[in-house]
Write a protein that binds this ligand. Structure first.
Ligand SMILES: Nc1nc2c(ncn2[C@@H]2O[C@H](COP(=O)(O)OP(=O)(O)O)[C@@H](O)[C@H]2O)c(=O)[nH]1
Ligand SMILES: [Mg+2]
Length: 383
């Protein structure tokens, strides 16, 4: 078998080199990423083989596979690989930073643990695993301190299952402090306007598409999907195609008037789902544009979509900058890529904004779930 290794500064170029040298029927056997010499960027290494050199392929039924099939297959693999590499790069970097921070936090905690008079000095042994778990999940120091104060005030655990006792008590305490948003009141005879707002790339459009499918297909409501994302044509186009596939009306709106007209055009509409353009938390003009929707008489609720993979400080900043709009709920996306679920609890509690939906993967429409107290707790405690 003619196996060769190719290197390039992008996956696309590496695949191009493979095709050029081994032909369009080449088969990619493995991929690898490594740091470029001197630490400047990343090198993508592909190991590939020319299928003509494979004995089985030449004589078996596979020999009938046309080059068009191979081409299509290769393009598919290339697209999948590029996507994987993109995700892997950012995820690894973020996780490395997060892991470093986590380590620092644990060091500080250790120091506090040994400091006379600190709240966690001399913590009963049965509380230690609980305290560690909460810190590992990124539950804020304020919350951990409050919870420990509460647990310390309880009648002491008996010796048999102290750890279980404190965990159950902690779960009860936390359950009471998780706010879940009421369900949208979507019904015949009235129109509910729900807009998804947030920074670029957090997962607003994916969330809107999943919600459209949930309300229209599963819950059988009359849904109209609106894109207010007129900055990026491709963004609205993506939604238009999705709506066409699932048979929903789609409107690319530019103004409040366009939104108010929807009722005239679609008499039986019950839910207008609005996907908005990504707004940087520093762009006060764009935020004012969203506020104008309400000021001009549209009874719209704003739901802030934030990524569960974002740093705590970033989530803070995003919430802060949209606060004046009145945020009806927080929607967390990318739970499948996150492991510090405490952030969901912290953000909702600190700002007293209820949780509504979680996006748990890239698959549209299935990767969505309604937020529940139980699911938040299960994730934090790894149940
Ligand atoms: N892993 C994962 N990826 C997601 C999730 N939600 C969205 N994404 C991805 O994040 C990227 C940006 O999503 P998009 O909906 O376009 O974000 P928008 O810019 O806020 O509209 C896309 O590649 C999505 O597939 C999720 O829950 N999990
Ligand atoms: Mg979008």
């Amino acid at each position: 078998m003619d196996v060769k290794t190719f290197e390039a500064f992008s996956m696309k170029d590496a695949v191009k080199a493979v095709k050029k040298e081994l032909g369009s029927e080449a088969v990619i056997l493995s991929t690898r990423e490594k740091a470029a010499p001197g630490g400047k960027g990343t090198i993508y290494e592909l190991t590939a083989a020319a299928p003509g050199s494979r004995k089985v392929g030449a004589s078996g039924p596979r020999a009938q596979t046309t080059s068009v099939d191979y081409e299509a297959g290769l393009d598919h693999i290339q697209a999948r690989l590029s996507a994987l590499v993109d995700v892997a790069a950012t995820r690894t970097q973020v996780q490395a930073v997060e892991a470093g921070l986590q380590e620092l936090k644990l060091l500080v905690t250790e120091a506090l643990r040994n400091k006379e008079g600190s709240l966690i000095h001399d913590l009963p042994k049965a509380m230690l695993p609980l305290e560690r778990q909460l810190r590992l999940m990124g539950i804020s120091d304020v919350t951990v301190a409050e919870l420990i104060r509460h647990l310390r005030a309880l009648p002491a655990a008996d010796d048999t299952d102290g750890e279980g006792y404190y965990r159950d008590q902690a779960i009860r305490w936390m359950m009471k402090r998780i706010k879940i948003a009421p369900r949208w009141s979507v019904m015949a005879g009235s129109v509910s306007y729900q807009a998804i707002i947030g920074a670029s790339g957090v997962g607003k459009t994916s969330m809107a598409a999943k919600l459209a499918a949930l309300y229209a297909l599963r819950e059988k409501h009359q849904v109209v999907v609106v894109s207010l994302d007129h900055q990026r044509l491709a963004a609205a186009e993506q939604m238009r195609i999705f709506c066409k596939i699932i048979g929903l009306p789609f409107v690319a709106a530019n103004s409040v008037d366009d939104l108010l007209k929807i009722q005239e055009l679609h008499k039986d509409v019950e839910l207008v789902l609005i996907d908005t353009a990504g707004v940087s938390s520093k762009n006060s003009q764009a935020i004012a544009g969203l506020a104008a929707l309400k000021e001009q008489g549209l009874p719209v609720d704003f739901h802030l979509c934030v990524s569960a993979t974002a740093k705590e400080s970033q989530v803070e900043q995003e919430i802060r900058s949209f606060l004046n709009l009145g945020i009806s709920s927080l929607m967390f996306s990318k739970l499948d890529e996150s492991w510090a679920f405490g952030e969901i609890f912290n953000a909702s509690r600190k700002w007293s904004i209820p949780l509504s939906f979680f996006s748990i993967g890239q698959q549209i429409p299935e990767d969505i779930e309604r937020s529940t107290r139980e699911r938040v707790i299960e994730r934090i405690f790894g149940l």
